[in-house]
Write a protein that binds this ligand. Structure first.
Ligand code: XUL
Ligand code: CO
Length: 437
C-alpha cells in the first residue's frame, strides 16, 4: 500500500538540529537509569484526537479533513487505520489507545456498530503485526450520544446502564483481542448537574456495580492487564464523580476495587481540579496506584480541557520525577491525549506536535534523572523530616506515643517550637541550576 503522507521517518538528530521533522532530545535507544528512553516513556498515540478530531468547536466547523481519502463511512475508518499506523511508525510510537467509537462507524444500531467493529479490528490487528505496534489501552465511549445525557453507569435509566454495559463488554473483547495491557474508564457523563433530580449515592453505587461486572467479565476472558480510572473534574458535568486522584482512591477503597484498578492521570485534568500534574502523580505514587498517564497540558488562562500537546519542560520534569520515583510504568505509558490547535490544521502539524511532546518528555526524563543524581532535593526533604527518625518523633511513627505522653513531652519543652525555613526559593534555584547545567 502506498504511503498516505509525504513525511519521512522521524529520526533523532540532537539538540543542534534545526530540522523540524527530527527529534532534538528523544533518542529512543539512549539508556538512562538502566532503561532506554523508549522503555521509560512508552509513548502512545491517541486515536480520537489524532485520527478523528477535525478542529470542530462550538463556534465553527472542522478545519482539517480526517477522512484520509475514504469516501463512505467504512472506507473512511479503514483509511484511519492506515493513516494512524503510518504516523506511529514514522514517529517511532510503539503504542496506541482507542475508544470503540473512534475506530468504526456507529451505524444505525448497536448491532450495526458491533458488525463494523468486527470489520475494522482485524485490519488494526494486521497493521499492529506489520509495524510491531501494541495496544496500551482500550475504552468505550459512553458519553457522546444522547442516550447518555444523564450518565451511563450512573444514569437514572437502567436501559442506559445496559447499553453502556454492552459497549464496555465489546470494548473489553477488542482490548483482549488486540493484546492491550490496560482498560480505561473515564467517567464522561458520570456526574450530575443538580441534586434536585439526583440520587448521588445510588448513582455512585451503580458506577461501582458496572466496574465490578467489567472486572469479572474481563478476568473470565483471560485479561491480565490493569483497569484504570481516569479522574477529571468539571467537564462535562458540573460535578464529576471521579473528581481527582484522591477522590478516586476513596471510591476504590470503599468498593474494594484496589486489586484491579490503578489510575490514569491526565495533566490537564489535574490542573482543572486545581492541582498540579505532579500532585496527582504523587497521590498515585504514595498509594501504589500509578497506572498510566494521558500526556497533555492545559492553558493557565483558560478554564477548560484544552488538551494541548505537552511542551512545558518544568511540568514534564516534575512529572517524570514522580513517575521514575514510583518505579516507572508497567502496563501503562504516556498517551498523548492531545490535539493540535484548530488553526494548526495540517498533517505535518500533527507530526510536529508529537515531536514536540516526545522531546518535552525526553527532556523531562533527562532532568528527572539529573535531579535524582544531584540528590540535593531529596536530601533536603529527608533532613526536613529527620525529627521523626529518633526520640519523640520515632515514638509517634512507631505508634508508641499517646496523646498523654506527647502532652507531657510538649509541657517539658523549655522553649517554643522553632520550625526551620522550607527554603522553597533556594530549592527552585537548585532545580534551575540542575536543569540548565
Ligand atoms: C476526556 C478524556 C478522554 C479519556 C478517555 O477529557 O481525557 O478522552 O482519556 O475516554
Ligand atoms: Co484522557
Amino acid at each position: 500500500m502506498n504511503e498516505l503522507f509525504n513525511i519521512p521517518v522521524i529520526n533523532y538528530e540532537g539538540p543542534e538540529s534545526k530540522n523540524p521533522l527530527a527529534f532534538k532530545y528523544y533518542d529512543k535507544d539512549r539508556v538512562i537509569g538502566g532503561k532506554t528512553m523508549a522503555e521509560h516513556l512508552r509513548f502512545s498515540m491517541c486515536y480520537w484526537h489524532t485520527l478523528c478530531a477535525d478542529g470542530t468547536d462550538m463556534f465553527g466547523i472542522g478545519t482539517i479533513d480526517k477522512s484520509f481519502g475514504g469516501a463512505d463511512p467504512l472506507e473512511i475508518y479503514k483509511q484511519k487505520v492506515y493513516a494512524g499506523f503510518e504516523m506511529m511508525h514514522k514517529l517511532g510510537i510503539e503504542y496506541f489507545c482507542f475508544h470503540d467509537r473512534d475506530i468504526a462507524p456507529e451505524g444505525e444500531s448497536l448491532s450495526d456498530f458491533q458488525k463494523n467493529l468486527d470489520i475494522i479490528v482485524p485490519i488494526i490487528k494486521e497493521q499492529m503485526e506489520k509495524y510491531g505496534i501494541k495496544l496500551l489501552w482500550g475504552t468505550a465511549n459512553c458519553f457522546s450520544r444522547a442516550r447518555y445525557m444523564h450518565g451511563a453507569a450512573t444514569s437514572p435509566y437502567a436501559d442506559a446502564f445496559a447499553y453502556a454495559a454492552a459497549q464496555v463488554k465489546k470494548a473489553i473483547d477488542i482490548t483482549i483481542e488486540l493484546g492491550g495491557t490496560g482498560y480505561v474508564f473515564w467517567g464522561g457523563r458520570e456526574g450530575y448537574e443538580t441534586l434536585l433530580n439526583t440520587k448521588m449515592g445510588f448513582e455512585i453505587d451503580n458506577y461501582a456495580r458496572l466496574l465490578k461486572m467489567a472486572v469479572a467479565y474481563a478476568r473470565s476472558k483471560g485479561f491480565t492487564g490493569d483497569f484504570f480510572i481516569e479522574p477529571k473534574p468539571k467537564e462535562p458535568t458540573k460535578h464529576q464523580y471521579d473528581f481527582d486522584a484522591a477522590t478516586v482512591l476513596g471510591f476504590l477503597h470503599k468498593y474494594d476495587l484496589l486489586r484491579d484498578f490503578k489510575l490514569n492521570i491526565e495533566a490537564n485534568h489535574a490542573t482543572l481540579a486545581g492541582h498540579t500534574f505532579e500532585h496527582e502523580l504523587r497521590i498515585c505514587r504514595d498509594n501504589g496506584i500509578l497506572g498510566s498517564v494521558d500526556a497533555n497540558q492545559g492553558d493557565n488562562h483558560l478554564g477548560w480541557d484544552t488538551d494541548q500537546f505537552p511542551t512545558n519542560v518544568y511540568d514534564t520534569t516534575y512529572a517524570m520525577y514522580e513517575i521514575v520515583k514510583a518505579g516507572g510504568f508497567t502496563n501503562g505509558g504516556l498517551n498523548f491525549d492531545a490535539k493540535t490547535r484548530r488553526g494548526s490544521n495540517t498533517i505535518e502539524d500533527i507530526f510536529l506536535a508529537h515531536i514536540a511532546g516526545m522531546d518535552a518528555f525526553a527532556l523531562g526524563l533527562i532532568n528527572a534523572y539529573k535531579l535524582i543524581e544531584d540528590g540535593r532535593i531529596e536530601e533536603f526533604v529527608e533532613n526536613r523530616y529527620a525529627s521523626y527518625n529518633s526520640g519523640i518523633g520515632l515514638d509517634i511513627v512507631n505508634g508508641t506515643a499517646t496523646l498523654e505522653s506527647l502532652s507531657d513531652y510538649a509541657l517539658s519543652l523549655s522553649d517554643d517550637v522553632k520550625p526551620e525555613s522550607g527554603r522553597q526559593e533556594y530549592l527552585e534555584s537548585v532545580v534551575n541550576s540542575v536543569i540548565f547545567s
